[in-house]
Design a protein around this ligand. Structure first.
Ligand SMILES: Nc1nc2c(ncn2[C@@H]2O[C@H](COP(=O)(O)OP(=O)(O)OP(=O)(O)O)[C@@H](O)[C@H]2O)c(=O)[nH]1
Ligand SMILES: [Mg+2]
Length: 454
């Protein structure tokens, strides 16, 4: 093992364990990016994925010093790659001055450890980089708790003797909430203490997340029964820009990956008569770490409970079809792949028509299958509003009711929750034609008052 390895590992540990560190003034570490082309994966796809890893690495404040794309017949159990290849990578890293090797493929804790031992360099994978970005961008308590939980769950099986002494570092802010509790029990090694501290912290974060989840559920209930629409899509597709354009909400828009880590919900008036609740939330990416998806469940619940999903696609991205596939598979993991979904092809202002130059091939775009918009210029937004409105309408029924004058309160509820289309008054009852949400019709027991009802 080379000199400085322990130091490097301590750096790795701090990086993972300190979710809120923003070493923007520290010099960027140089990284060698490695993509492995496994059988069945076309080289261009691996290349594209490595480009994306480059964006991710830069967003995580690493400086990309070099990249390697290499065919790999099968996954090796010990190092992921062959031992000889691992040595070659080490040389390559030294050659370009990199102190970190970042694999695009996800490594098991053992593979990561073995590679670190062999190369004497710090080894990260895509998940570690994504977790790091989330930690950097988390601003609210909810996002911070969710990210820290995901980070610790990722860290726990990777904790080795070289990664220990968390309790001693806790004073320096290594892991929040762990300072002062690192008292060694009888016969406990430092590693065991650290694992125990992490498990305790995970438990406490889970409890806090449970409380946050119920608070969020209560506030969702408080918003009533209005039609709920959620923006979902690949990171940087333009969800927040669209949220701004439709609702006027001052949500953060930035040309960087994972700008949004919270959900924001606003009432949006579509046409002066129909108001829906629109939610902007966290974006997806290829191989989103499963710890993140699980711990961000509370935030994603807004999308999970929506009546309609707007799947926002960056039409100007050369491989937007792959991004769409990724989003679909995340929706599947969340159990909402079968939810009513409207494809929203965004950034049309960037797409050059005719020659297909640089634009997505749009294999799934058939007439009626999606709406083309530019959240930036406002093109196509009226069409989008009309399509949302049409969906909202599908949940409504038109009823002809006879309401006895004694039920005056019901009449005012109809005005509150539905749209009264016609109304006339007789000697004993009022005749009302109303357009109303099916759920409200059930809740108000309107079937009793329908014309012809016994
Ligand atoms: N040209 C063009 N750029 C757009 C359009 N919509 C969004 N953008 C740009 O795309 C970048 C990302 O936009 P965001 O709205 O932050 O994307 P997002 O989907 O919310 O991204 P995350 O929150 O990171 O998942 C920003 O630089 C936007 O200005 C569009 O219609 N046309
Ligand atoms: Mg956003």
């Amino acid at each position: 093992m080379k000199e400085g390895t322990h130091g490097d590992r301590h750096e790795a540990e701090k990086r993972l364990a300190r979710p809120r560190s923003h070493p923007s003034v520290a010099p960027r570490e140089a990284a060698l990016l490695v993509g492995l082309v496994l059988p069945g994966t076309p080289a261009w796809e691996a290349e594209d994925s490595l480009d994306e890893l480059g964006h991710l690495a830069e967003t995580a404040m690493l400086a990309v010093a070099g990249r390697v794309l290499q065919a790999q017949p099968r996954i090796g159990a010990t190092y992921y790659i062959g031992k000889g290849k691992a040595h070659e990578l080490e040389e390559r890293a030294h050659g370009c001055g990199a102190s970190v090797i970042v694999f695009d493929n996800d490594l098991s804790p053992a593979q990561m450890r073995n590679l670190e031992r062999l190369s004497g360099l710090r080894v990260l994978d895509r998940s570690a980089v994504v977790l790091d970005i989330f930690a950097r961008h988390a601003r609210t308590r909810t996002a911070m708790v969710q990210v820290e939980l995901a980070q610790l769950e990722y860290l726990l099986p990777r904790l080795t003797r070289q990664w220990t002494h968390l309790s001693r570092q806790a004073g320096g802010g290594a892991i929040r909430g762990m300072g002062g509790t690192g008292v060694r029990g009888p016969g406990e090694t430092q590693l065991e203490i650290d694992r125990r501290l992490i498990r305790d912290r995970i438990r406490s974060l889970r409890r806090e997340l449970g409380r946050i989840g119920s608070r969020m559920a209560t506030s969702r209930k408080g918003r009533g029964d209005r039609f709920r629409v959620a923006l979902v899509g690949y990171t940087n597709a333009g969800k927040s820009t669209l949220m701004r354009a439709l609702s006027g909400a001052e949500v953060l828009v930035e040309d960087r990956l994972f700008a949004t880590l919270d959900s924001t919900t606003r009432a949006v008036d579509l046409d002066g008569r129909c108001t829906v609740l629109l939610t902007d939330t966290v974006g997806f990416i290829k191989r989103l770490p499963h710890h993140l998806l699980a711990s961000f469940r509370a935030t994603l619940e807004e999308a999970v409970e929506a009546d309609l999903l707007l799947h926002v696609v960056d039409l100007s991205h050369p491989h937007c079809d792959l991004q769409m596939e990724t989003v679909r598979s995340v929706l599947e993991t969340l159990g909402i792949a079968d939810r009513h979904t409207l494809l929203v092809y965004n950034k049309v202002d960037r797409v050059v028509r005719g020659d297909g130059n640089g634009a997505c091939p749009r294999p799934t775009l058939r007439p009626g299958a999606g709406v083309e918009v530019s959240a930036l210029t406002g093109a196509g937004l009226d069409d989008l509003r009309a399509r949302i409105r049409a969906r909202c309408r599908e949940r409504e029924v038109i009823l002809d009711l006879r309401i006895p004058h004694a039920e005056g309160r019901l009449l005012s509820q109809l005005h509150g929750h539905g749209e009264v289309l016609e109304r006339s008054s007789g000697p004993t009852d009022a005749r009302v034609r109303v357009r109303i949400d099916r759920r409200w019709a059930g809740r108000l027991g309107l079937a009793r008052f329908e014309e012809g009802a016994a």
